[in-house]
Structure formats: C-alpha cells, structure tokens
Design a protein around this ligand. Structure first.
Ligand code: IMP
Length: 197
C-alpha cells in the first residue's frame, strides 16, 4: 500500500519508512502545494484526541487535490513520566522546547522513580475507512544525556527491552524494532487485513 504520512516531523517519516517498507508498504510524507501539513492540536484532551483531530484536518486538506482517496497516516506521540503523573504526554514537544532535556533531568534529581513510557497513537484513513492503533514502549530516564541518534527525548530514554543504552546511543534501525511507533504502525498494518472500525 502507498501510505502518505501527514506530519511535519521528518524523523517520524524516516522511522515509519524503516518500519513499514520491509512489510511491503511505501511511505511518503504528504506535501501539498510544497508544504508539509501543520495541524492545530487539542493537546489538553490527550494523544488519541489529537490524532483524531489530525486525521480530520488531513482529510479536509486533501479534498480536491490529487491525494483525495489516498491512504493517509497521522500519528501523535509523547513521553509519560511515572513520577509526574504521566506528564508531559501530549505536551512533550512544547516541554522539550521550554525546558530542554537537561531541564527535565534537573526536575528529576530527587526522584527515585525513573520509570517512563513513550506512547504513540496512529490512524490511517482513505476517507471512507479508518484504522487506529496504539503503541507503548516502557523504559526509564537516564541520569544524563547520552547519544546523538534519534530525536526528541531519545538521548534520555532507555527502553526496557534493550541493554541499557538510550535510544540515541543505538545504531540506525535498532529503535525501530521496539519503539512505541514501531508497535503502533505494525499493529496498524496488521489490522488492515481485518474489517475497518
Ligand atoms: P507530536 O508531533 O505532537 O506527536 O509530538 C511528539 C513529541 O513527543 C516529539 O516532539 C518528542 O518531544 C516526543 N516524542 C514522541 N516520540 C518520540 C520518539 O520516538 N523519540 C523521542 N521523542 C519522542
């Protein structure tokens, strides 16, 4: 299937390609009139609501374009820190911009609990049928920034399924075997074989 990923985040597109292309799909970023879509995000209502809003906005954007009827993918994701009652969640990118990773680690100097998880909600729609899936990746926050790969919180996120390295310390492709995004997207394409909701 040709999947058009409606996102302004090129890192997400690279990861989706690495996850879905070995399964026989193609992934391209959706570009309309030379621009990647920018969405209004109702963050206060959580990831799933944001993802639902993104798919509605994406489908509205492609009406009357060559992309009408194509399979459009959207995703909303974030990190949830156990010690902060699931914060920052849907506000992850804003908090990353405001505090930086160093600022987040400073908030945690007295925390004994370092558990956290990444979550992603992915939705695929061709305008008639819609499929939705959720992926969760448990882990913990490192004591300091480590590694330069990946994006966002990857230099401070140590996945539970790994060997103690942060995602940013892993080689290209390793994150895509276990991440929240990998789980959500693999589930999504598996569910394509079942009737849509
Ligand atoms: P969104 O574009 O509104 O879904 O925001 C996602 C934000 O959550 C990113 O900008 C990062 O701050 C964080 N995030 C989500 N997934 C990841 C990931 O795979 N690695 C690192 N940070 C992530």
């Amino acid at each position: 299937m040709r999947i058009l990923f409606a996102t302004g985040n090129l890192n997400k597109i690279h990861e989706a390609k690495a996850i879905l292309e070995p399964l026989g799909h193609t992934v391209e970023g959706l570009i309309i009139d030379g621009n990647r879509p920018e969405f209004i995000e109702p963050k206060e209502l959580g990831l799933e609501h944001v993802a639902e809003s993104k798919i509605e906005q994406a489908l509205a954007l492609i009406v009357g374009t060559e992309f009408e009827g194509s399979s459009i993918l959207v995703e909303d994701s974030g990190i949830f820190i156990d010690d902060f009652d699931e914060w920052p969640g849907a506000n992850s990118s804003d908090i990353e911009d405001e505090l930086g990773l160093d600022g987040i680690l400073k908030l945690m100097v007295n925390s004994e609990l370092r558990g956290a998880e990444y979550r992603a909600v992915a939705i695929l729609s061709n305008g008639n049928d819609e499929w939705k899936s959720i992926g969760i990746c448990r882990g913990e926050l490192a004591m300091k920034i480590r590694g330069t790969n990946g994006f966002g919180y990857d230099p401070i996120f140590i996945p539970k399924s790994g060997d103690g390295r942060t995602y940013a310390e892993m080689k290209k492709g390793e994150k895509d075997m276990t991440s929240h995004r990998a789980k959500a997207m693999m589930r999504l394409v598996e569910s394509l074989r079942a009737p849509s909701k």
